[in-house]
Design a protein around this ligand. Sequence first.
Ligand code: TXA
Ligand code: MG
Length: 327
Amino acid sequence: MAIIKSNNQNIIKAANILKNGKLVSFPTETVYGLGAIANNDLAVANIFLAKKRPTFNPLIAHFYSSEDVFSHVKKNKIAEILAENFWPGPLTMILYRKDKTNISLLASAGNNSLGVRVPSKQIALKLIKLCECPIVAPSANLSGKISPTEAKHVEKYLSKECEFILDGGNSNYGLESTVIDCRNDIPIILRHGPITKEMINDKLKLKEDNDFILKTNSKNKKTSKGKLLSPGLLESHYAPNTPLRINAKERLKNEVFIDFGNSLKINRPDYVLSKTEDLTEAAANLFSILHKADEQKQNSIAIAPIPMKGLGVAINDRLIRASTNKK
Ligand code: TXA
Ligand code: MG
């Protein structure tokens, strides 16, 4: 692990490391990110492992241009206006994924939405361009710690987990991007940041007293006027439509069985999360296998016990939320 100057040669090196499925920390205009190539499930799973995140929070995908963004997520009028005015820059929009996108489902935590942004930092843009693929990146800190604004902060947090830290000096903003959910007619700010409510309001020509802003950290998901948002609008946990049974040790009738490895000796499980019982590989496969199991439209989906260590903690967290037998 090393802090490396962001010259052309090193940016090329970093792009090659990313393309090989490894992690690289890189500067953006907001904070430093911990990047993985967006189309590689295992690389994306390694981000959660490196950050020691106990849950699969969805990740932001970083693109070279607005045009690239809208080839992966669905465009609408609001997104178009905000993209025109604030990209490249510190604004993340939550939009619906297009069916054909190759961006890892794990970056969306299994949901049909994706956080997208076009950063303005040249080093970040060069890196994305060389990868010929978007880069997903959370802030490059350990879970629960403050975001890094200098390369040496990243080194402090992630010296073992990250091969390469591109040094881009101090972050310009030192504050994470504004996150705005643009999937509905009423855009909702989920995280305040450098692009303010007033700046957004001005471009969208919404009335001054519109109630599209969530109170920061509001647990009840109320707007600034106290109006409760429609349930499901901010749904962030993926659950299959088919009832899900967790910690299952045998297969019931008309049931799809997802095994962790092979230790249960289940007769031909429908899916196996990781033949070698590797929890990072299991995490990488989790959401795509759940989606496939759901498509089979059986009476139920059963999933074998997953060990509570490493990424097993995050896998179990998601499975408990998605399951019908929550004990
Ligand atoms: O400035 C930034 O946004 C930095 C740089 C590296 O781009 N990234 C960053 O990522 O702060 P992260 O993972 O630390 O924070 C992203 C936030 C999280 O609160 C996450 O829950 C939310 O954005 N988010 C991402 N995708 C989402 C989605 N599909 N739906 C709802 N929230 C999402
Ligand atoms: Mg963060």
